[in-house]
Design a protein around this ligand. Structure first.
Ligand code: PLP
Length: 390
């Protein structure tokens, strides 16, 4: 009944867990939700006011399909200020969240016969973005003890004449891993030799805790096949406003804009006005959220490492930890896989997590620490209880 295209993709596992948590909560269950992929802080006041001002001042109509010139200029200012990157407005496209940006880019660059490298564990949407185009996602292993940076032997083996793209996501969802610059450089080198596009998903670039972030395009002076994807979602607690952007080759940007113009017309006009304030206004809330997330990261990693048989490397960024539970699972045991463990935590303890399976890391569970300290403490107590029971 449906096209082949839709059969190639699956529903988002993370959104499914968010829905499950909402369902339990509305049934009166006191759930602790550590499945969320968004800051638990409100959008900062100045940004909310800019949104209200946009409505009152009549910014309520279609904008140019690829975003307003004012917002593109704000993006240029931000990229120069935070990432040392210099582009012009024709090299910028505003979309309805970075998810939309990444989707557009895959649509215009990949097709049947192409292969696209994805490092595993990966953000749930990458394989689907690639598969829907008809191209083949090719998974490359990473090293959990090195911030999930690539297994370069495996990467080299997986490169073929059909390799058309490589997707980097550092800081990573689901692992929180932040690669060393050397690792990014090596991937860039391999990409250049194989003439592949590099997608750098930098949604969490403002959330690194141990070293300052270096944008991939900054490291790739000679590589004009790097596309940078950033977002207002996580940095400014603006997930519902839906503003993300791409910076890169102007022909690619133009083609993405053409597709976007025939699908969504333009990103939301009110959100675009608010995003100008987000990107160019007071940045102190970003620093405050970062400090708070770091505190929580340190707490949750300490609690996890106090549990027998769990060894969790300190993730350098984002707001996720992705510990390995293989010591507690097995074919002949009560809990055989991470799905079982995640369901046990949900059904018996009302703790919502996302099992590693959807991210290509079946021994793992993803805990988001975008939650209050009290929730983190209660969840870790319940996790300890669970692991003693199973
Ligand atoms: C790695 C990664 N990339 C992109 C996105 C998309 O963010 P948005 O579409 O809200 O900008 C997310 C959101 O969860 C993410 O985790």
């Amino acid at each position: 009944m449906f096209s082949d295209r839709i059969g190639r993709i699956s529903p988002s596992a993370t959104l499914a867990m968010t829905a499950k948590a909402a369902e339990l909560r509305s049934a009166g269950v006191d759930v602790i939700n550590l499945s969320v992929g968004e800051p638990d802080f409100p959008t900062p006041y100045n940004i909310r006011e800019a949104g209200k001002g946009a409505i009152d001042n009549g910014h309520t109509r279609y904008t140019p399909g690829g975003g307003t010139l004012e917002l593109k200029q704000a993006v240029l200012e931000k990229l120069a200020r935070d990432n040392n990157l210099n582009y012009d407005t024709e090299e910028i496209l505003i979309s309805c969240g970075a998810k939309h940006s990444l989707y557009n880019a895959c649509q215009i660059l990949f097709q049947a016969g192409d292969e696209v490298i994805i490092f595993s564990p990966y953000w749930v949407s990458f394989p689907d973005f690639v598969a829907v185009t008809g191209a083949k996602p090719v998974f490359v292993n990473t090293d959990a003890n090195q911030q999930f940076s690539p297994d370069f032997e495996d990467l080299k083996k997986k490169i073929t004449p059909n390799t058309r793209g490589i997707i980097i996501n550092s800081p990573s969802n689901p692992t929180g891993g932040v690669w060393k610059d050397d690792a990014v450089l090596e991937v860039l080198d391999i990409a250049q030799h194989s003439n592949a596009w590099v997608f750098s998903d930098e949604c969490y670039e403002q959330l690194t805790y141990d070293k300052s972030y270096v944008s991939t395009a900054m490291l790739s002076i000679n590589n004009d096949k790097v596309l940078t994807f950033q977002s207002c979602s996580k940095t400014y607690a603006m997930t519902g406003w839906r503003i993300g952007y791409t910076a890169g080759d102007r022909e690619v940007i133009k083609a993405m804009g053409k597709l976007q113009g025939q699908s969504t017309s333009c990103p939301n006009s009110i959100a675009q006005s608010a995003a100008i304030e987000a990107l160019t206004g007071d940045q102190s809330e970003v620093r405050r959220m970062r400090t708070e997330f770091k505190k929580r990261r340190d707490y949750i990693v300490k609690r996890l490492n106090n549990i027998n048989g769990i060894n969790c490397d300190i993730p350098g960024g984002a707001f996720y930890v992705f510990p390995n539970f293989s010591n507690y699972m097995g074919r002949d045991r009560k809990i055989s896989c991470s799905n079982d463990l995640s369901m046990y935590l949900l059904e018996k303890k009302s703790v919502v997590t996302v099992s590693g399976e959807a991210f290509g890391g079946d021994d793992h569970i993803r805990f988001s620490y975008a939650a209050s300290e009290d929730d983190l403490q209660r969840a870790m107590n319940l996790l300890e209880e669970t692991l003693n029971e199973i």
